[in-house]
Structure formats: C-alpha cells, structure tokens
Design a binder for this molecule. Sequence first.
Ligand SMILES: O=C(O)C(=O)C[C@]1(C(=O)O)C=C[C@@H](O)C=C1
Length: 380
Amino acid sequence: MDIKELREELSQIDLELVQLFTKRMDAIARISKYKIQNNFPVLDNEREREVLNRVAEISGEKMETYAKRLFNTLFDLSKSYQNQLLSHNSQLAQDIKAATCELARQFPSKANVACQGTEGSYSQQACEKLFSLPTLMFFNDFESVFQAVEKGMCEYGLLPVENSLAGTVIAVYDLMEKHKFHIVRSIRLRINHALLAKKSVVFDDIKEIVSHEQAIGQCSEFLKANPQIKVTLFSNTAAAAKYVAESSRSDLAAISSETCAELYDLDILTNNVQNRDNNYTRFICISKDMKIYPGANKISILLSLPHKPGSLCTLLSKFSSLGLNLTKLESRPVIGKDFEFMFYFDFDASIYLTETVNLLCELENSLSKFIFLGSYSEIF
Ligand SMILES: O=C(O)C(=O)C[C@]1(C(=O)O)C=C[C@@H](O)C=C1
C-alpha cells in the first residue's frame, strides 16, 4: 500500500472517531443535566478509575499506556464541557457580565488613591500618570494599601508588582491571597535612579547609601563597583531621600528619583545608576469591587492546584487550546502548609468573549481555590 491508501484507511477511522466522540459528548451533556439537577459534582475519581481499568483490559498490554492517556484527555474534555454547561448558572459569569455592561463609563480622572511610601515615591509618579487629578493617601506598607481599599477608605490603591531588572515584588504577591480586591488597570513606569545627597556633598564623601530593597537590586552593579560604601535598606526610595535631607550627615546618600531631588532639595551626584536603561516597574491599580473598564485585554487569576502529576500541564493546555498568551506565571508557597503552592497567572485575553468566561468558570468549578483578580488594560 502507498501512503495515499494508508491515509485513506486512517481518514475512515478518524471519521468514526469523530462520530463516536460527538456521540460521547452528547451523552456527557445528559450526564451533566442529571448532575446539575441532583447537585452531583462534575469530578468523579472513582468512576474515572473504573473506566481506566476497563480501558486497560480491553486495549491490551501493548496499547494500555496510550489508551489510558487518550481516556485521561477525554475525561478532561468532558469535564471542561460539563463546567461550561454549568457556567450558565455561575455567579462569576454573572458578575463579569454585570461589570462589563455597567462600566460603559470611562476610567476616572479624579480619585482617592492609596499608595505605599511618601511624597515623591515612584508609586506617586505611576498614580499621576494613571489619574489626572488623584488625591493621594500614603501608607507605610503594602498591606495598609490593600486594607485602605478593602475598608473603603480609598477607592483605588496602587502597588508595584514587578520590575524588569529586579523581578517580582514578592511581598505584594504574598498579600494578594489575604485580601479581597480587583485589578482595574496596570501601568508600566520607566525608572531612572539617581544618587542623591545634600548640597555641597561630593561622591568621595559618601560612606553609606540608603534605599529600598528593589532599587538596591536594580543598582547592584553600581554598588558592587563601590564596595567601600555601606548599603542600608529603607522602606521606600522617597522616604530614603527625605531621610538624607533631614539628616545632618555629609557622608550619606540615597538612591532615589530626580523628582525627589527637587522635592527634598538634594543634589544629584550621579544619574542613571541602575544596571540597565530599560528599567521598568509594573504597578497594579486595585479597587474593592469588580470594575471592568472598556478595552480590558488582560486577565489575572490566582489558584491552587492539586498535588497530582500533570495538574499544571493540564491547566496550561487549556490556555494553549484557546490560543491565550500567558504573560506571567508566579508560584508562591501557601503560608502554613508544607509544599503547597498558589499560582498567579496573567494572560492576554478578551473578557468579552464567551469562551474566556467559560474557561474562568471551568477553573472556578474544578479547582479547590480559584480567585478571579480582574480584567484590565495596561498603560505604558
Ligand atoms: O460518569 C460521570 O460522572 C461523568 O461525568 C463522565 C466522566 C467521563 O468522561 O467518563 C467525566 C468526569 C468524571 O470525573 C467521570 C467520568
């Protein structure tokens, strides 16, 4: 037989497979209806084991592994389909629909915004880029920003989540699980760090530099090249500049911004002390309620996965089959639990598409922990 004839045989088999597959999915729809009416869960591990044992027996030793893989895929597809059928009644689908319909309104220009740090901070710069008329409230730590939004003290909050040179702001990710909030926008801010000191101080006088951990990480090469200078961590780059301005010492400098040099009447000893010029920090803007503004094209979710081989792979394949591009995947240990992890995903997707909402509902129905963090657009 030549390849053409061999393929004809295969095409006939494929046809029968597709017919049987659609027949199986129709049967699944009937099972789903029964499960909804009788409040049965979609997943039935015992039934899956039973089916797999039977499949192994029928397929024989040579094909057993392949047949089991095929049936595990069939279970995944049938559970996806059942979760999709369930999503019509899902609270999440209704909330998303309400948030997208209700907010034909534009992103506000005026708002009360909670920021970490003090006057002149990078959070403030990001905030002023995001809102034309913000009223800022400064807090000492990230947790207080989450709390101010959660308690309704501020309508919005701004938090740094990652930097192109120093990576993820882990402290913010660790707080996400503890607080109720929604991401309504994200913003990328170009960061140029400068070395600031009091007027008349020269670089050779400097014995100590103060700054935030992230800024210190972003300027590691400059600091390594000057090992004689002691480095001290500070809660915020703007607070570090303020500290230098208020100190009487002439051997102290801060890694901070040009804005802070002006604000705190300091001199710039050296400009652009970060390792690379393409230094960007991404901030998220959060609110208490789910608000989805027109143009939203990114989605963030938080979830935990069962300790089972292939569970992350199965999840990733769902994104891949919808052609969705993952832009961030971060895993963090669950505090108080041994080796259990929370996963944070950012991906590009339109919340206005039914297939996206179906995927979110499917994840919510099938995972023990799933939080929809929001759908939003990013400002550059
Ligand atoms: O039998 C069921 O309860 C089904 O939902 C069908 C099915 C399957 O595809 O065979 C799907 C999910 C369950 O975990 C077990 C089996």
